[in-house]
Design a protein around this ligand. Structure first.
Ligand code: SF4
Length: 448
């Protein structure tokens, strides 16, 4: 029987220390009972209490580890339906579909492109995580050959084959990479579970409807499969969306264990229109696919999806901020321009990128604005003449240059007068409003 918040509270230390990020032990207990917190968040729970709380402590959506080494990633472990309730945990993994009956060159090209789909954005690494090799040839040797090529990509692998005989043969060449096996259906569940259990590999189960999915998931779990991923089996927007939302609600709100696993969506199998496929992938990332397989490794499709994932999985409780200090962009010297802005990561990376592109070596002063962008920070009183002056006077900026010209963002031109008063030795210059105009502004400034 599920424990109530009060049952859990009785077993907690009751010190209200707040280290779990909840103000009291009671608040933590209530969230734990509701599946919106993890027992590990409290470092002071005794082993006895842990044992007693094991049922309540189990995450409502179990985590599954896929891949090995640098390719390893975790999926699932979500606690909430809406990000503002706490945070989403493990970002959706994007996989690229490679049918094994494509021409050799096309297979190599797609695998190569998928492994190069890698971007740095606001200090985080984004990229494709998985190659899904689908056995359409019906030939074990051909399938194995493509899996071996996929293995060389350094990404995690998902072999897709419903023939358990071929799957068993093929898995032998990649089992050391901890692939995600796709998939068990009502026709092959026993054989697929046997492979997954024997090789200790995670397994996708695909239902024909929600009832059969629950049945297959229970079967796989009962057979001792360690990591289960759910495929609702639907292949159109209306049904897939309905299934993904229903499954996640059942797991989080009803603690319905057969649905307490990560989910996979395959928009690549729902349409031949690449633009519609991209739209479907975007929808499934938002609600609540943990793995999404698309057909093309091309950047135009993947980069927007990666940005969407980054935005959704950013912890709303932790501002994306860089350190407040003076940054060297290029190799600035005593005559180099001095620009100033806030410590919101996106602001920092966009502004520093534009300065770099200008090829004008510069100093960039980053004021602590609690991770807010320029206008938000100004409105919140975090990027105002007093805070900017304090930063300029304490950051050592004045010692780095032999001039006294400070460029502020054009969006806060209105503070220049007050800033003049706060920093009487400095001449305040109004920079561009848009980061895209920084290059021409700096080139013009240094040419003058
Ligand atoms: S960390 Fe543990 S002891 Fe501290 S408030 Fe949270 S539940 Fe209570």
């Amino acid at each position: 029987m599920a424990l109530t918040g009060l049952d859990i509270f009785k077993l907690l230390p009751k010190t209200n220390c707040g280290e779990c990020k909840f103000p009291t032990c009671l608040a933590f207990a209530m969230k734990l009972a509701g599946g919106q917190a993890k027992l590990d968040d409290c470092p002071y729970v005794s082993d006895e209490a842990k044992a007693a709380l094991s049922e309540a402590a189990a995450p409502p959506v179990l985590g599954v580890e896929i891949g090995k080494g640098d390719a390893a990633f975790k999926t699932g472990e979500e606690l909430v339906l809406f990000r503002h309730e706490k945070r989403f945990v493990n970002p959706t993994a994007i996989g690229i579909l490679i049918p094994d009956n494509l021409p050799e060159e096309e297979i190599s090209k797609r695998i190569d492109e998928a492994s190069k789909d890698s971007w740095e954005r606001v200090g985080q690494h984004l990229g494709v995580k998985l190659i899904a090799v689908k056995c359409l040839s019906g030939e074990a040797e051909k399938f194995k050959g493509v899996l071996e090529k996929a293995k060389a990509s350094g990404l995690a692998i998902m072999p897709m084959c419903e023939d358990a005989g071929i799957m068993r043969e093929a898995v032998a060449v990649i089992e050391d990479t901890k692939p995600l096996l796709y998939c068990a259906t009502s026709a092959n569940i026993d054989d697929m579970c046997a492979i997954a259990k024997e090789k200790k590999l995670p397994l996708v189960v695909r239902g024909e409807n929600l009832d059969s999915l629950a049945e297959l998931s229970e079967k796989a779990s009962g057979a001792g499969v360690e990591g289960i991923v759910l495929d609702p089996g639907t292949r159109n927007l209306k049904e897939t969306f309905f299934s993904l939302v229903s499954i996640r609600r059942a797991a989080l709100q009803k603690k319905f264990q057969p649905f307490g696993y990560p989910m996979i969506a395959l928009p690549c199998e729902e349409t031949d229109d690449p633009f519609f496929e991209g739209a479907l992938a975007g929808i499934y990332i938002a609600k609540y696919a943990d793995i999404v397989i698309v057909s093309s490794p091309e950047a135009w499709l993947n980069y927007p999806l990666q940005v969407e994932i980054q935005n959704i999985y950013t912890d709303p409780q932790k501002p994306m901020a860089v350190d407040s200090k003076v940054y060297e962009i290029g190799s600035p010297g005593p005559d180099s321009p001095v620009l100033i802005t806030t410590n919101f990561s996106l602001t920092y990376f966009i502004v520093s990128g534009e300065i770099e592109a200008s090829k004008v070596d510069s100093w960039l002063g980053i004021v602590d604005s609690e991770g807010q962008s320029v206008l938000t920070a100004w409105a919140a009183g975090k990027f105002v003449p007093e805070t900017i002056a304090k930063f300029v006077n304490t950051s050592g900026l004045a010692e780095k240059v032999n001039h006294r010209k400070l460029i502020i963002p054009g969006h806060v031109a209105q503070i220049s007068g007050e800033l003049d008063e706060e920093l009487p030795e400095w001449e305040i210059l109004i920079g561009p409003r848009e980061a895209a105009d920084i290059t021409s502004y700096l080139r013009h400034l240094t040419a003058a």
